[in-house]
Structure formats: C-alpha cells, structure tokens
Design a protein around this ligand. Structure first.
Ligand code: OGA
Ligand code: MN
Length: 302
C-alpha cells in the first residue's frame, strides 16, 4: 500500500500515514515523502516506534547528519552525544534537570522563534524530532511558514530585502533568553555567520524569508536599524495565519525544513512533568549566501 498524505493545512503541514519508518522504505515511498516534504515543509508521522538507530537511518535519507552538538559536552553532558540533540528535561543520569542547571538555562532559548543551526556557517536542511514521552499540559511546538510570510510581504519590502545578508550568532538568541555563559570552546566553535535574509528553495522554486532569533545584525545597515528590521520580520512571520501549533502524541516523528520555517517550544512545567524527545539535524548543501551566488561579506565589526 502506498503512503497516505493527509493535509493538515493546505500547503504547510501534512500527516503521513501507511508507512513504518522503522523498516527500510521502498524507492517509491521515499520519493512520495520527498515530494510531500518540498510541498509542505512540515511532515508529521504518527504512531512510529523508533529506536535511535531507526531514527538515524530514516534521517540519513535527507543528507549528512550533524555530528557536533552546540554545547561543549564536557561542560554540559546530556543523555546523548554526537548525532542526537537531547530535547528532554532530563539530565545525563535520566532525572529531571535541576532548576539552575546549565542545560535548562540554555534550552530556554528553544522557546524563542528560531530555525535550527542557522548560526552555523553550513546551516541545516531539516530536523527530525521524535517524541517518546509527552506532557499532559503545554509542551507543544509551533511552526511558522516563512514562504507564505514572504509571499504576503508588500512589493516594496520584497525589493528592500533583495540581496540582504544577516548575521546569525548563537550568542544573539541566548543573550535574549538570558544565557550568557558560553565557555572558551563554545565561543571559538560558534562565531557569527552570514546567511541570506531571503532564500530561494530550489526544490519548489519558492522564495522564503530566513529570519530567526539567532539573527542580530544586517550587513550594510546600522546595528539598530538592522535589529529593528529583523524584529519586524519575525513579528510578520509569526502572525497567526502563518503558524501551526503541533500538539504532540507519544511515538510521533515530526520533520521540518529549516530553510523556510521557524519553530518554538511552548512552555510546560518542566520541573514536574517528564518530556522526552530526541532530534537529528541534517546539514544543507552549502551556506545560504554561497547557494545564492552572493560572496559572504567580511565579518561585521564586533
Ligand atoms: C528543537 C526545538 C522545541 C520543542 O527540537 O529543535 O526547538 O518544542 N524544540 O521542544
Ligand atoms: Mn529547534
């Protein structure tokens, strides 16, 4: 039986059924998932029982798996290292994290609108997040469609944004969520990087905004003007008509296109309920400026 594609919204989110991601997929099923992914940008796969190896095997169909975690594992050990980001409120020993733990302070940044790994020079194509244990209240993930938001911009704004490059830096988003304590290793590995403010998605020829809480400055603009423009664009993208709220069920995998969506986690009582998720992130083919044929500008002055 071929897979079932059930739209949740007309062209942003779809549920995929009649597929078991724990097994090797036929070429036809994989191609059908691929086509759905380019059309929708967020795919939900309910009722999957996935081991880490099976999640990794399905993720590997989309490109190279990111191997390096953002935080120094020596300073902040988690339940996983390497290919998996630990999206849970558990510490390395599997207990609910401490109120003042470094992990908790850092992860608070996931509640800001962002796109994974735009702060890396080689950004991400997509993320695949699997929910093992969900919470009874809150703990949703919201997604915003940056393609639809681009389409809805006034022509004058589209013109103004043409060719602009933004600086993405993990310290920018973390400063905003109150995390200031990157260590030497993390600072060295994660310098600010350039990314296009508008991207062309090659698989569907749609244009998309590419903003995130990691974006702080714009090349060729005074800092406060760039900041104001980024804030204005984030406010535009995250208007209700571009946003889908995902209410998780246990054993569900959701994959999203980091090139043209933003997401954020909603609050839950993380010192009371256990929420266990794990994420694999896939790299894009090149920096967004290189893909656009724009030579990445020199670093902005610090
Ligand atoms: C992520 C993320 C939000 C959430 O896994 O990349 O931002 O709801 N998650 O946990
Ligand atoms: Mn994220």
């Amino acid at each position: 039986m071929p897979i079932t594609v059930m739209p949740v919204t007309p062209d942003f989110v779809a549920e995929i059924g009649d597929v078991d991601l724990s097994l090797p997929l036929s070429g036809a099923d994989l191609e059908a998932i691929r086509q759905a992914f380019w059309k929708y940008a967020v795919l939900v796969f309910p009722q999957q029982q996935l081991t880490t190896d099976q999640q990794l095997a399905f993720s590997g169909h989309w490109g190279p798996v990111e191997k390096e975690r953002t935080l120094d594992p020596k300073a902040t050990p988690t339940r996983f290292s390497g290919a998996f980001a630990d999206i849970s409120n558990l510490n390395a020993a599997g207990e609910i994290w401490g109120e003042d733990s470094r992990q908790r302070m850092y992860k608070a940044g996931n509640k800001l609108w962002h796109t994974d790994s735009s702060f890396k020079r080689l950004p991400s194509l997509c993320s695949l997040l699997y929910a093992e244990t969900v919470v009874p209240i809150g703990g949703h993930t919201e997604f915003a469609d940056q393609r639809a938001a681009y389409d809805a911009l006034p022509e004058a704004m589209k013109k103004k944004l043409e060719g602009l490059v933004a600086e993405h830096w993990i310290a920018t988003s973390r400063r905003r969520s109150g995390f200031h304590e990157f260590n030497e290793d993390e600072r060295k590995r994660l310098p600010p990087v350039p990314q296009m403010l508008v991207r062309l998605i090659p698989q569907n020829r749609r244009k998309s905004l590419f903003v995130a809480s990691h974006a702080g400055r714009i090349w060729g603009m005074p800092d406060d003007e760039g900041r104001a423009l980024i804030d204005e664009l984030i406010a535009h993208v995250t208007q209700r008509q571009f946003v889908y709220t995902h209410r998780w069920r246990a054993n569900e995998l959701v994959m999203w296109d980091n090139r043209c969506t933003m997401h954020r986690g909603t609050d839950f009582d993380d010192l009371r309920w256990v929420r266990v998720m794990r994420r694999v992130t896939i790299s894009d083919v090149a920096n967004s400026c290189e893909q656009a044929g724009v030579a990445p500008p020199e670093a902005l002055p610090a």
